[in-house]
Design a protein around this ligand. Structure first.
Ligand code: ATP
Ligand code: MG
Length: 347
C-alpha cells in the first residue's frame, strides 16, 4: 500500500459541493486541518459558510464516501464548523490584504534552486522599483538568513507585529530569524498552519507589490496551508533539466492546479554551463529539455539559469548574484524572468 498523499485527499475534497453553494471546500479555503495516520485513518476539519447549515449530515456523508474511495483509506472522521457568514457575503480568508501579488515558488524535489531563484527574483523586482517582500516558508530548512547574510532577531513594533528585516530592497522574514538555536523543530500539521498564518498576519509587511514565498520541496502541509490562508496571484515551479526533475516538476504543477493557483511558468535552473575559456555551452544535466507541448502538464519555460560559481557563492555568502555580478548571464536571465512576471501580473 502506498502512502496516502495530502494532494490526493485535496483532489477528492475538490469534487464535493458545499450544500447551498456552487463551490467546493477547497475553493472556499475551508480545510482547516488534515491528519493522515500511517494506518489509513484520516481526520479532517472543515469550515463551511452559513448556507451549509442544516446540511451537515449530508455533507459529512459525502466527504466520507469520497475519501473512503481513496486507496489505503480505512477510516474517516470529519469535524465540521459552520461559519456565521455566508459565502458571497464576505471576502474569503486573506491574511495578506495589503499585498498585491503573493507568488509561490515551489518544486517537486529538493535542492533544485528554489531559494536561489526566489532570492534573485526578489532582488530583481526590487531593483525595478517594486515594493518586494520575501517569506521563507521552508520551516524545516530555512536558507534565507544565510542567503542574505542576516543574523539576529527581528524587532517587534508597538502593535506587537514583527518588523521584517530589509536588505537589497527586499523585506524578509524566515523562521531562521525566530528560532534561537539549531535544535530541529518537529512541526506537526496544526502547528505548521499556525506558523504560516503568523508569518502573514503578525508580520508588518506594509503595502507590497510582490511577496515571494519560498516553499519547502514537495507537496506537503506547508504548501496547502499557504494556499488556504491567502489569495495567491501565481506560482513558479523550479526544475533542473534532468529528466527525473522534470517528472518531479509535474508533481509541483499538479499541486498548483489542485490548489487553483495559476501557474506562471517553470524556471529551468542549472540549465547549462558556459566555459569561461572558450564560451562553449555544456549541458551538464542533459540538453533539449523543453517541456513537450503536447503534454497536458506542459508549462511555459520562463527562463533558463546557467550554473555559475557566482550564483553558488552568492548563495553561500549572502550576496545574491543580482548584486554581486548584475551584468552576468545569470543575473540578466533573472532580470528577464522578473520582468515577465511583473508584466504578466500587472497587465
Ligand atoms: N544556477 C546555479 N548555479 C550554481 N549553483 C547553484 C545554482 N542554483 C542553485 N545553486 C546552488 O545549489 C544549492 C541548492 O540551491 P537552493 O538552496 O536554492 O535549492 P532549494 O531548491 O531551495 O533547496 P531546498 O529544497 O533544500 O530548499 C545551493 O548551494 C545553491 O547555491
Ligand atoms: Mg530552499
Amino acid at each position: 500500500m502506498g502512502k496516502i498523499s495530502r494532494i490526493q485527499i485535496y483532489d477528492k475534497l475538490d469534487t464535493i459541493q458545499i450544500p447551498g453553494t456552487d463551490i467546493t471546500p477547497i475553493k472556499f479555503k475551508g480545510v482547516k486541518g488534515l491528519d493522515i495516520s500511517e494506518n489509513g485513518e484520516i481526520e479532517v476539519r472543515i469550515e463551511l459558510p452559513s448556507q451549509a447549515a442544516g446540511h451537515e449530515k449530508e455533507f459529512e456523508a459525502a466527504v466520507k464516501e469520497a475519501l473512503l474511495s481513496v486507496e489505503g483509506v480505512k477510516e474517516v472522521s470529519v469535524t465540521l464548523k459552520i461559519q456565521t457568514k455566508a459565502y458571497g457575503q464576505v471576502e474569503q480568508l486573506n491574511l495578506l490584504p495589503k499585498v498585491k501579488h503573493p507568488i509561490l515558488i515551489g518544486s517537486g524535489k529538493g535542492g533544485v534552486g528554489k531559494s536561489t531563484v526566489t532570492v534573485n527574483l526578489a532582488v530583481a523586482l526590487a531593483k525595478s522599483g517594486y515594493r518586494v517582500g520575501l517569506m521563507d516558508a521552508d520551516l524545516y530548512g530555512p536558507s534565507i538568513p544565510t542567503m542574505f547574510a542576516i543574523e539576529g532577531e527581528p524587532v517587534v513594533n508597538g502593535k506587537g507585529q514583527i518588523i521584517p528585516f530589509e536588505k537589497h530592497g527586499v523585506k524578509l522574514i524566515s523562521i531562521g530569524f525566530l528560532l534561537k538555536d539549531d535544535t530541529p523543530v518537529l512541526w506537526r500539521g496544526p502547528l505548521l498552519h499556525k506558523a504560516i498564518q503568523q508569518f502573514m498576519k503578525d508580520v508588518d509587511w506594509g503595502e507590497l507589490d510582490f511577496l515571494l514565498i519560498d516553499l519547502p520541496p514537495g507537496t506537503g502541509d506547508i504548501q496547502l496551508s499557504v494556499a488556504q490562508s491567502t489569495r495567491v496571484s501565481g506560482a513558479i515551479a523550479v526544475s533542473t533539466p534532468q529528466d527525473i526533475a522534470l517528472i518531479d516538476v509535474k508533481k509541483a504543477i499538479t499541486m498548483f492546479r489542485t490548489l487553483k493557483i495559476p501557474l506562471l511558468g517553470v524556471v529551468e535552473n542549472m540549465s547549462y554551463f558556459r566555459c569561461s575559456e572558450c564560451g562553449h555551452i555544456h549541458h551538464i544535466f542533459g540538453g533539449n529539455t523543453t517541456m513537450d507541448a503536447g503534454d497536458k502538464l506542459a508549462a511555459e519555460v520562463l527562463g533558463k539559469i546557467p550554473i555559475t560559481i557566482a550564483v553558488r557563492e552568492g548563495g553561500d555568502n549572502g550576496v545574491p548574484v543580482m548584486i554581486l555580478e548584475p551584468e552576468s548571464e545569470a543575473a540578466v536571465a533573472f532580470s528577464n524572468i522578473a520582468k515577465k512576471i511583473a508584466e504578466r501580473l500587472n497587465s
